[in-house]
Design a protein around this ligand. Structure first.
Ligand SMILES: [Zn+2]
Ligand SMILES: [Zn+2]
Length: 98
């Protein structure tokens, strides 16, 4: 698996920080020669080295999980409505007839 993580300069005062994105194979900042740290792909905050698949911070990961949960929840709700509608449709039609 290709390492798609990004790196940013670890120096707080480096003007390159969060502007210049380095590849995971880079080790030093081209501006201030400080060491590079792994950063979240989305918000550019520092992340721990947990393997190539961890390219986002916990906050960004939680956000994407939220979106997925909402999406599936929405589909589940639509299905439930459809089932209920099917179940009660004859009753409703009878009520209208009466
Ligand atoms: Zn730097
Ligand atoms: Zn993030």
């Amino acid at each position: 698996m290709k390492d798609k993580r990004i790196k940013i300069c670890s120096a707080e005062k480096c003007f390159n920080k969060s502007k210049r994105i380095y590849e995971s194979t880079d080790s030093f900042c081209s501006e201030c020669s400080n060491t590079l740290v792994l950063a979240c792909k989305k918000c550019k905050s520092e992340i721990a080295d947990k393997g190539p698949e961890y390219n986002r911070c916990l906050a960004c990961k939680a956000k994407s999980h939220d979106l997925r949960d909402k999406a599936t929840g929405g589909t589940g709700f639509a299905i439930a409505v459809a089932i209920v509608a099917k179940k009660y449709a004859p009753t409703l039609i009878n009520m209208v007839k009466k």
